[in-house]
Design a protein around this ligand. Sequence first.
Ligand code: SUG
Length: 448
Amino acid sequence: MKAYEVNFDGLVGPTHNYGGLSYGNVASQSNSQAVSSPKEAALQGLAKMKALMEMGFKQGVLAPQERPDVVALRSLGFSGSDAEVIQKAAKEAMPLLAACSSASSMWTANACTVSPSADTADGRVHFTAANLNCKFHRSIEHPTTSRVLGAMFADPRHFAHHAALPAVSQFGDEGAANHTRFCKSYGEAGVEFFVFGRSAFDSRFPAPQRYPARQTLEACQAVARLHGLDDEGVVYAQQNPAVIDQGVFHNDVISVGNGEVLFHHEDAFLETDRVLAELHDKLGRRGGRFQAVCVPREAVGVEDAVQSYLFNSQLLTRADGSMLLIVPEECRLNERVWRYLQRLTAEDGPIREVKVFDLKQSMQNGGGPACLRLRVALKENELNAVNPGVILTPALYGTLTTWVEKHYRDRLSEADLADPQLLVECRTALDELTQILKLGSVYPFQID
Ligand code: SUG
């Protein structure tokens, strides 16, 4: 049966702002308090989705969340009407209001981990929502994420959903950003590659010194168990703690894989030779030919990789089997990175073309092309079971663009977060969106 990789991009929410909320994420910290444009951010994301759809790739949309999250603010002791909750939080604890107002669910590579049906014991596609418990503003995403995923992938004959892992740092889980799947073709059993930053229970694994390692080995192992993955189809690797300390807060900031290819920085992992050999052997036993494309530190240093987001690219297989890399504009602006990319595509390797997208609004919070998408490999019958409302078509693109133009603000500063009207605008927009995407009731304001 034919199978596809479908990219579900996060639609940027109406409260997109620069809160400086992610310690260890260089862009988030350095753009703290800058004025954002939610409208521009959403339109930049939609333009990428449209371009991929027009290139013939299957493209889906993942809905944003209700923000500010008044349920979270109430749980922290703010009371009264919704407007009063927001005003009290603005007055007494602005950092909490900023955290509860983040549009961070746009980075759907962190929504969950997905295992395609060819890899799982029960032959269903498995989803585990990520607890994202390293950062408060992200830890509040998973309940709504689970409802949205449930409304998109509803058929229990094809799709199995698992709740987020226990919300403690020992099981810190950041979802697909630290997970890659290698395969000969999307419908065949593959090898799932889990990358962790530290171990919670085994002190033999070194931890970074400066910035937090968000993903633990124990979280990766729990997800592999929940999904019913066979040991022969799993490889674990530790991210190099030294690169976490240079701002590589997720593995997808330093490597990306697709099909039989891993595109990675020389310093991405610990025990690189062992990891690559295991990937090679395990994929080989699944009938595939693993191929690593290593970017040497002399060509591109870790600092350039973090600044340009070279590895936060989408590596896509074109109809003729060759690969295309979708990179952010920042790669073209970085001389060393751009020179490297020219060389890479001129060689006889698997990556033949580079396409550049302007995603500056998201990039300023540390979210590149790969952060904005959740990959789900689906067989034809599974794709037919997906809620058709979330699959991008030219008509849906038009509707969503008009919806953004109608509901989103042109600019948002920290002071604007104190305005209770922003919540009203967000709810009005999302109520309409659930009808456009045919999601039913998924938001707290729709179900409480
Ligand atoms: O978790 N930034 C996100 C970026 C996530 C990128 N995702 C992947 N690499 N897959 C994060 O650090 C910043 C929000 C702010 O500062 O306003 C933020 O949450």
